[in-house]
Design a protein around this ligand. Structure first.
Ligand code: ADP
Length: 726
């Protein structure tokens, strides 16, 4: 179907044609003719990169131009929100306004009311629903990207609840990878279903086994024995490869190994550009390895890297500077990074107690990354058989069907939190109403067994009443209590809130960072680190050393909580180091963690610390304890000792610069306001930009001649040992 023939506003067609798209792909045409343009719900289950986004753009813009209101586009990851934001911005020429929102779960974000297209992570939108933002009423369309994540253990329930809330109130467009039971999903959503295997770039799949590559069509190619030859061969052909492995450490190891071989294939300008890229990366033990790999045109990509580094790698791969990425599977679910050849080195992963097969759905998503539209006629996806029988892999992953999706609503943690929200934020008045809401969920639709759901819900309601989240009056009507309402808005697990509440009396008697951090680490909302076997004794010693600071007893060795507890002690110690200004690099080395891990711990601890304070405020707080907690929160946010709290409030002053200023004698904002520009510039890490920012912040004019001073100071610094070592 030609774009011209689309029954939508001319302006929409013009913008699509300006992108160079004249003809719609067959599944796109089918989707757009399914009734979705007239307001019918749609489940669109087609492979990655076959143009789902364009369909959703057309549906959104068409709807907004015709009917006004708002469209919400749900994504699973922050990085995807940014990617979509950049793409959708293009529609602003039609007078629509686009916004993306991801962090801060305790806000109504009324500012979003001014926007027409709102891109949000599912968790963020769920929190906005709970806060009852005014603009939610105007939402006419919800697009759920990657809706197959309904089957994800820890995130599925959120997406399912959002759709249950919005079903009937807004049009729903659900975008999915190919799954085993798309029909069931479509039935639940009362939606048309468009399903197809059609891809813009043909996909050829095969299994590699000790030098032999068996294609699904029966062809056999021969290569050197090691699977690495597949990646090297792709680069020799002037193409790129994406390798999936199952652990961070193998990603790093394989990237380094490939790098030494691929370096030889690079041109001089490429080597130079890669060197430039390398020099822009911050130093730490993880990036040290990354830099070595990058010099040979290879990168690893995993959750241990910072987001900035991951984005940098994705961009450099898309621009073809990086030839091979060795990634953990998180990349397959992330932003668009297609490659000519996808090599799947591992089809098993370690899950708690042993090795399990990676689901077909996930392997197919990895394979779907093969083939770059516009550059490749065919993409190749190759699974490496290392310990497995090649035929089994072919049957399971290449000829096999992806798994069915199962509702994860009744997962205990998610269910607790969702039921609390229904009572405190969504005005569910009694148990009967609760059950009738639950009947609208995918869980009820799929299991057709409302009795078991009712039973589970009853247990949760008892738990919520027992612990003061909600109450029930004489007529069995639910009464939301402030503690419940606030816990739900803070978007924390009720169990986390309960742990906090139980600890308040002890905390009031003995407020201290280690106790508070261990408490935070003991909640189900925290990404607590694991204590490795050889570390266990050290952390047990530490726990005993700090016993009088803890708000909980040290469990016995036989206790099932013992190992988890040591992980909490380890996590608390990391946070303690952080607020005592231990340099990041030392933290990575001491605890054997990556920058991405530290970042995630800090982000979660920040949110939980905020929640702890907010909940404490509900229980007749003592003013000095409250102030203590607020200071500790700031220390946690900035990673500093108390004496730097005043300085880190200044613009562009983080923990390093604040420490340098303090040590140079600038101990308060007042000291800085009075300082000479020249003296400030003498301080390590303080350049002209920072000084200008400070002056602007204080509302003071820069003294004349300051720029000249700055040159002198920089010159002076050039002769120092520090400058030399840089
Ligand atoms: P998906 O969302 O299914 O993963 P995308 O919507 O990101 O896929 O599409 C992948 C690429 O294909 C994008 O660069 C997009 O511009 C392009 N594309 C989409 N539809 C068409 C089309 N009909 N003709 C040519 N290119 C298209």
């Amino acid at each position: 179907m030609r774009v011209d023939e689309l029954p939508v506003d001319e302006r929409i067609k013009r913008i699509i044609r300006e992108r160079g798209i004249e003809e719609l792909y067959p599944p796109q045409a089918e989707a757009l003719m399914s009734g979705v343009l007239e307001g019918k719900n749609l489940v669109l289950a087609i492979p990655t990169a076959s143009g789902k986004t364009l369909v959703s753009e057309i549906v959104m813009v068409n709807k907004l131009l015709r009917e006004g209101g708002k469209a919400v586009y749900l994504v699973p990851l922050k990085a995807l929100a940014e990617e979509k934001y950049r793409e959708f911005k293009e529609w602003e020429v039609l007078g629509l306004r686009v916004a993306a929102t991801t962090g801060d779960y305790d806000s109504t974000d009324e500012w979003l009311g001014r926007y027409d297209v709102i891109i949000a992570t599912a968790e963020k939108f769920d929190s906005l629903l709970r806060h009852g933002s005014n603009w939610i009423e105007d939402v006419k369309l919800v697009v759920a990207d990657e809706v197959h994540l309904i089957g994800s253990y820890d995130r599925g329930a959120t997406l399912e609840m959002i759709l249950s809330h919005m079903l009937g109130k807004a049009q729903i467009l659900a975008l999915s990878a190919t799954v085993g039971n798309a029909e069931e999903l479509a039935e639940w959503l009362d939606a048309a279903l468009v399903m197809s295997d059609w891809r813009p770039v043909q996909l050829r799949k095969g299994v590699f086994h000790i030098g032999q590559l068996f294609w699904e069509d029966g062809g056999i190619d021969r290569y050197p024995e090691n699977w690495e030859s597949l990646a090297i061969d792709a680069v020799k052909k002037g193409k790129q490869a994406l390798v999936f492995v199952n652990t961070r450490r193998s990603a790093e190891k394989e990237a380094l190994s490939l790098s030494s071989k691929i370096a030889r294939l690079l041109t001089k300008p490429e080597t130079r550009q890669l060197d430039e890229l390398v020099s822009s990366i911050e130093d730490n033990p993880t990036t040290e390895k990354l830099k070595r790999a990058l010099r040979g045109g290879v990168a690893f990509h995993h959750a241990g890297l910072s987001r900035a580094e991951r984005t940098m790698i994705e961009d450099a791969f898309r621009s073809k500077l990086i030839k091979v990425i060795v990634a953990t599977p998180t990349l397959a679910a992330g932003v668009n990074t297609p490659a000519f050849r996808v090599i799947i080195r591992d089809t098993k992963r370690y899950a708690g107690f042993g090795w399990t097969d990676i689901p077909v759905l996930e392997i197919q998503q990895m394979m779907g990354r093969a083939g770059r539209p516009k550059y490749d006629k065919v993409g190749e996806a190759i699974i490496v058989a290392r310990t497995e029988e090649p035929r089994r892999l072919m049957e399971k992953y290449i000829h096999g069907k992806p798994e069915k999706l199962f509702s994860m609503l009744a997962n205990e943690q998610a269910f607790r939190s969702q039921i609390l929200a229904l009572v405190t934020n969504f005005r569910i008045g009694n148990f009967r109403e609760l059950v009738s809401f639950l009947e609208r969920t995918f869980y009820a639709h799929q299991r057709r067994d409302i009795a078991s759901l009712e039973y589970k819900a009853k247990n949760v309601v008892y738990f919520l009443i027992e612990n003061g989240f909600i109450d029930m009056d004489m007529n069995d009507r639910f009464m939301p209590l402030p503690f419940g309402k606030r816990s739900s808005q803070l978007y924390i697990d009720p169990l986390t809130a309960k742990k906090f509440k139980d600890a308040f009396p002890k905390l009031e008697n003995n407020p201290n960072p280690f106790g508070i951090f261990q408490l935070i680490a003991s909640t189900p909302d925290m990404a607590t680190l694991n204590a490795r076997r050889r570390e266990m004794e050290d952390y047990l010693d530490l726990a005993y050393e700090m016993e009088d600071k803890l708000y909980t007893n040290i469990p016995y060795y036989e206790d099932s909580r013992f190992q988890g507890f040591l992980g909490q002690i380890k996590t608390a110690k990391v946070l303690l180091d952080w607020i005592n200004e231990v340099p990041e690099t030392r933290i990575y080395e001491t605890y054997n963690i990556d920058p991405g891990d530290l970042y995630r711990i800090l982000e979660l601890a920040d949110w939980l610390m905020y929640s702890l304070i907010e909940l404490y405020r509900l229980f007749e707080p003592e003013e000095d304890v409250l102030n203590y907690l607020r200071d500790l929160h700031l220390r946690l946010r900035h990673g500093v000792r108390e004496e730097l709290l005043e300085l880190v409030k200044l613009p562009n002053i983080g923990r390093k610069r604040a420490r340098a200023l303090y040590n140079a004698g600038f101990r308060s904002q007042e000291d800085i306001m009075r300082a000479k520009v020249r003296d400030l510039l003498e301080v390590e890490g303080i350049g002209m930009k920072v000084v200008e920012g400070l002056f602007r912040h204080f509302g003071v004019e820069m003294p004349k001649g300051a720029k000249k001073d700055s040159k002198k100071a920089e010159k002076a610094r050039k002769g120092t040992l520090d400058a030399f070592l840089k």
